[in-house]
Design a protein around this ligand. Sequence first.
Ligand code: FES
Length: 358
Amino acid sequence: MTELPRFPQDLRGRPHPDRMLRPLSAAIAAYARISRFSGRRRPPVAEVDRDLRLRIEEVRAEAEGVVSLRLTAPEGGPLPFWRPGAHLDLRLPSGRIRQYSLCGDPDDRFAYRVAVRRIADGGGGSREVHDTLWAGMLLTVRGPRNAFPFVRCESYLFIAGGIGITPILPMVRRAAARGDDWRLVYTGRDLGSMPFRAELAELDPDRIWIRPDTEYGIPASGAELLEGVRPGATVYCCGPIPMITSVRVDLPASGAKAVHFERFSAPPIVDGKPFRIALHRSGRILDVPADRSALEVVREALPDVAYSCRQGFCRTCKVRVLSGEVEHRDGALTGTERADTMLICVSRSRGGTVTLDL
Ligand code: FES
């Protein structure tokens, strides 16, 4: 949802120094392993065919490099219901569409809140939010829809990395309000960059471990993040891929029952093969290497091509396929749609040339 720069990254999505590449490579290899053998796939996200025109009521600095937007109906009426884990698609003034988790109070029917970390070398969406949006503007949003459902369990361990606190915060609040058994581990670069700490402090501080890198060092291993998890607890985890991967790798030894995760960047490509894309309108031929997505390569030729989640569920990058054999890797298109379209952020080909209507 939120943009992050390309690999390599550390836990907070910052470029990794060279000495950190080895553990990162191991994490990606582990990701490939667990992705290949795990039976769990993201459930299809119900499409929400509902555009809302909302007013930005407040833009607020929440932490270093993080602002929140409070969105309300221009006429002041109630907004569609949402549950923890839901997100909005924001259509930015440039036409970019970006997804942001709802991080306010689901019981407040009159306002939505999203928070955005500025990513200097991302795709431009977060910079646009920070630099061009202000209170009083109208924005078109689509949603809310939920790709990260929060289900009732006996016991929870929430793990949030940086801006990954956004979908986790409403879950923590809901669990606290219900009197559930829960704990939160919240990691970040340093305290100043970690939003919503004051709101968390109003909950039960004994259940929360705030873990800034400046005090504890990096990287936090999955075992460290899972330390003390209750046997049978369910883990909800949101943050950068290396963090999620390490939690998934170390989960079986922890005694926790299951992990539900949300990542904020494109997943690593597993078992990719090189192939070619022909752009029908310009006649250009593009080579897609085994370790890059079609979207990445197409964006170099066509920087304005639309995308949002980069994970194969929002459908923003859907493109008509004129010829060629597509290996569909998304969880969103129907069988009929797969006959002549593809989601270029995740889907690819096992070889040969795919001609796109671009
Ligand atoms: S960008 Fe969301 S499905 Fe491709």
